[in-house]
Design a protein around this ligand. Structure first.
Ligand code: SR1
Ligand code: MG
Length: 415
């Protein structure tokens, strides 16, 4: 049965019933705004007269970006709650403060990060977020280690994995990332000029590798992964917040969490580095920004590997040798590169696109998308031969003269 859906008028009375919440905010002076701009949920910001604020997130019984014609269980908020509980224990500095889950009403209460910026928006605008890539790598490593048999007894992991099943959201990823972009499907769309490039993806050699990666996504229950860790799932602070001691990034939107392959989160991150990189080149952004984006794969992977090395002495089983650690890292890297290719293709061909590309003018977008598709194919097919982040991103997507000035912001790109 569906939980009653909140609206701006019912949120204060609802919050008054939540243990601990009335101490965080003065509900008698609260004002409420619905600010959700993602694909799935309601998100309310609640502010009181003293300037204190909270975020209230409720899952809807359908996919918001499509409407009630695509029903979706509100249970996904339970998966998100599990993700926040794990992150709160393992890396509380790199998520918004978590004020609890109401499983009956399908509601989470979180720290309000309205003063922060969604990283994708900063990247779109050419704003450098120092250290954000490293923070995401550190986050992924802490969760991978701390929810897997690397950091926990196997019995505990098996129980946690069973409890973390998230079949409806995994089905969305299975369909949107691993299936639909490679077949005729009504949810696909692309610029006419890309038809040849898109149809060329359906060759047997590539489809074979796509199948192998899909199988891995569905069967490699290694750790509690985020499941949708792109630049739209990361907040970054501005200069003032950084000077006040804020971390370089905070990860949010964990509703796709389940026990899956560790390389998936790194892969979705790498693909989104590619979008930002190609956009920065096409728009001929200043060199400092282009260089900062080009460094993101190395920064993210470097931080991930360094954090795993730091945690390694705390491993749960002495059988995990240092040689095994190095082999495990190699396997995670290769998975990440393959999954990055899949995420890159689906954001050009499939349902949920990204503003990095969609907000370009058509000729720029076509040029950028071609680079993305060519790179994605290389990543998928060559993933076992790509030794590390050096040279992962393509060297060139030549700028279109005057492109920056012509940039527009069409709707319909809300990943
Ligand atoms: C129907 S949901 C579409 C996409 O939005 C989410 O952010 C995930 O990326 C999903 O694939
Ligand atoms: Mg999301």
């Amino acid at each position: 049965m569906s939980a009653e859906v909140l609206d701006v008028t019912t949120v204060p009375a609802y919050l008054a019933t939540r243990p601990g919440v009335p101490g965080l905010i003065d509900l008698s002076t609260a004002t409420v705004q619905e600010v959700g701009d993602g694909n799935l949920n309601l998100v309310f910001v609640v502010r009181d007269a003293q300037g204190r604020s909270l975020v209230v997130k409720q899952s809807l019984p359908y996919v918001r970006m499509v409407g009630e014609s695509w029903p979706l269980s509100q249970d996904r908020i339970l998966a998100e709650g599990r993700g926040y509980v794990a992150a709160q224990a393992l890396t509380p500095d790199l998520i918004p403060a978590f004020h609890g889950l109401d499983a009956d009403r399908r509601v989470l209460v979180l720290e309000d990060l309205s003063e922060w910026t969604v990283w994708r928006r900063a990247l779109d605008q050419g704003v450098i977020a120092p250290g954000a890539g490293a923070a995401v790598g550190t986050y992924a490593a802490r969760i991978a280690f701390g929810t897997s048999v690397l950091g926990l007894p196997a019995e505990q992991v098996q129980e946690a994995a069973a409890a973390a099943a998230n079949p409806q959201l995994c089905r969305i990823t299975q369909d949107l990332v691993f299936t639909e972009p490679f077949v005729d499907h009504p949810q696909n769309s692309w610029d006419d000029a890309l038809t040849g490039d898109v149809l060329a993806l359906r060759d047997p050699a590539l489809l074979h590798e796509v199948a192998a990666l899909k199988y891995r996504f569905l069967t490699a229950g290694q750790a509690l992964i985020h499941g949708d860790l792109h630049s739209g799932s990361v907040f970054v602070p501005d200069k003032r917040l950084r000077a006040a001691g804020a971390p370089a990034a905070k990860v949010f939107d964990i509703e796709f969490a389940f026990y899956g392959p560790v390389g998936f989160d790194l892969g979705t991150s790498l693909a989104n580095h590619l979008f930002a990189h190609v956009r920065a080149q096409v728009l001929d952004r200043p060199a400092a920004f282009r260089e900062s984006v080009a460094d993101l794969p190395a920064q993210t992977w470097g931080a991930f590997a360094a954090e795993i090395a730091r945690l390694w002495p705390q491993r749960a089983d002495a059988s995990w040798t240092d040689g095994f650690r190095d082999a495990w890292l190699r396997e995670v890297w290769q998975d990440a590169v393959g999954f990055a290719g899949l995420e890159a293709i689906r954001r050009v061909v499939g349902l949920a696109k990204v503003s990095d590309l969609q907000s370009l003018a058509t000729d720029e977008r076509v040029r950028a998308a071609r680079v993305v598709l060519t790179t994605a194919r290389r990543w998928i097919v060559d993933r076992t031969r790509i030794a590390g982040p050096d040279g992962l991103l393509p060297a060139a997507a030549s700028p279109v003269p005057g492109a920056d000035a012509r940039r527009s912001e069409p709707a319909g790109a809300r990943a």
